[in-house]
Design a binder for this molecule. Structure first.
Ligand code: AMP
Length: 400
């Protein structure tokens, strides 16, 4: 952040979409902690900070009478915690636009913070309404986008608002800078060999990512339920495993393109299967292309985990998106664990390893290995789209 914030009011889009329990206590404050350096930097320079964020999807979960459940979705739940983390005065405005927000923003003193109410209480937010964005913009002198997780959405507070600030009055925050830097490094100037690891539930979600990986990967490892669509495409038997029969053509085309590009694609040779999708399922290992009826592949098998780990450990760049199995159930978490550990050991040997997008981040956190890889992205869908090579509206709005 090169701009000088002294005596300026910074309007920062943060991602404070934190999980809350039934008593509205924060159960994981990672997103708040990660925003602190940007906010503190501005306050320490003698600026003041106006924070805007969404929390949940209030317009999709209305009260029975059609009104917004303000009690559940208010950002007021975060004020006390924010005061403690920032060690600063934190005011709250009951609405992100309107008289009170204007008054409180105008009265803000250097070193103070104003948290605005949930931007998604207004349908104009997700609609990217210009008039609404203009009202938000009027509250601050400089716009800072530090919400990478929503950068793929052209919402009012994430994208449209930026058009009301010139180049010298808008910037990325530290968190967003790091996300862009790391993903760019992984994609544009990766040290070879490059290994991309994908998993998760659906080929349809990841096919674009897989195709993009063909441009810079030496190895592509495919785990998770995705793998079974590939086995099915190769005329294997996959029992009751989760498959997308309508993606068989895409899977075959991808394999053909990979062969033409000289990219090695590894599918898991064996699978840990369950007789049902449940933590207490009966468990048996089968070759992934010979899973009998009544069984479903729920994790990569020990032999596959070993060969995936070996490729990862020999790589200089690893990009990992999506768990290898149903890691939420201990019986099917081993494959993901082995891959996470291999990433940690590659990192130790000097590789650049990035975990991003979707549940692989939850998995690496659950395994307490987040600090042992080079970078863990906070932006699920946003990171996926960035890696797919799409131009994210939230980024474009700042750089344009
Ligand atoms: P995604 O959001 O696409 O990255 O998918 C993550 C989800 O995929 C996790 O909740 C996993 O439990 C699930 N998953 C991974 N492997 C399998 C599998 N073999 N069968 C069913 N679900 C799986």
């Amino acid at each position: 952040m090169k701009l000088n914030f002294k005596d300026k009011k910074a309007l920062i889009r943060v991602d404070f979409n934190v999980p809350l329990d039934k008593e509205y206590k924060i159960t994981d404050d990672t997103r708040i902690r990660e925003a602190v350096p940007t906010i503190r930097h501005i306050l320490d320079q003698g600026g003041s900070v106006i924070l805007m964020s969404h929390l949940g999807r209030p317009l999709e979960k209305l009260n029975a009478n059609g009104s917004i459940n303000t009690q559940k979705f208010t950002l007021k739940h975060l004020v006390k915690h924010l005061r403690r983390k920032l060690k600063a005065k934190v005011h709250f405005a009951d609405d992100c636009v309107g008289k009170q927000a204007v008054k409180k923003a105008a009265a803000l003193q250097p070193g103070e913070v104003l948290l605005l109410e949930n931007t998604r209480f207004h349908p104009e937010e997700e609609a990217g309404d210009e008039g609404f964005a203009k009202k938000l913009a009027a509250l601050g002198d400089i716009y800072v986008n530090d919400a990478f997780g929503t950068a793929h959405r052209a919402h009012a507070s994430t994208t449209v608002v930026a058009q009301f600030f010139d180049k010298n009055h808008k910037t990325f925050g530290f968190l967003m800078e790091r996300e862009i830097e790391n993903a760019t490094r992984a994609m544009k100037t990766p040290a070879k060999p490059v290994t991309c690891v994908t998993g998760g539930s659906k080929v349809s979600d990841k096919i674009m990512l897989l195709e993009k990986f063909l441009y810079y990967a030496d190895n592509i490892l495919i785990g998770g339920a995705m793998a079974y669509t590939f086995f099915l495409a190769k005329k294997g038997t996959v029992g009751n495993s989760l498959v997308e029969a309508d993606k068989i053509k895409n899977a075959l085309e991808f394999l053909k393109k990979a062969r033409a590009a000289g990219v090695k694609v590894l599918l898991p040779k064996d699978s840990i299967c369950g007789d049902k999708f449940a933590a207490d399922a009966k468990v048996q290992i089968f070759p992934s292309n010979q899973i009998p009826a009544g069984w479903m592949g729920l994790d990569i098998g020990p032999s596959a985990a070993k060969s995936f780990a070996s490729v990862i450990r020999k790589s200089k760049t690893v990009i990992w998106n999506g768990p290898m199995g149903v890691f939420e159930m201990p019986a099917f978490a081993e494959g993901t664990k082995v891959v996470a550990k291999a990433c940690a050991s590659a990192t130790k040997k000097g590789a650049f390893t990035m975990v991003g997008g979707g549940d692989s981040v939850a998995a690496i956190n659950q395994l307490k290995l987040a600090k042992k890889v080079s970078f863990v992205s906070t932006g699920g869908g946003a990171m996926l789209e960035f890696l797919e090579g799409k131009e994210l509206p939230g980024i474009k709005a700042i750089t344009d």
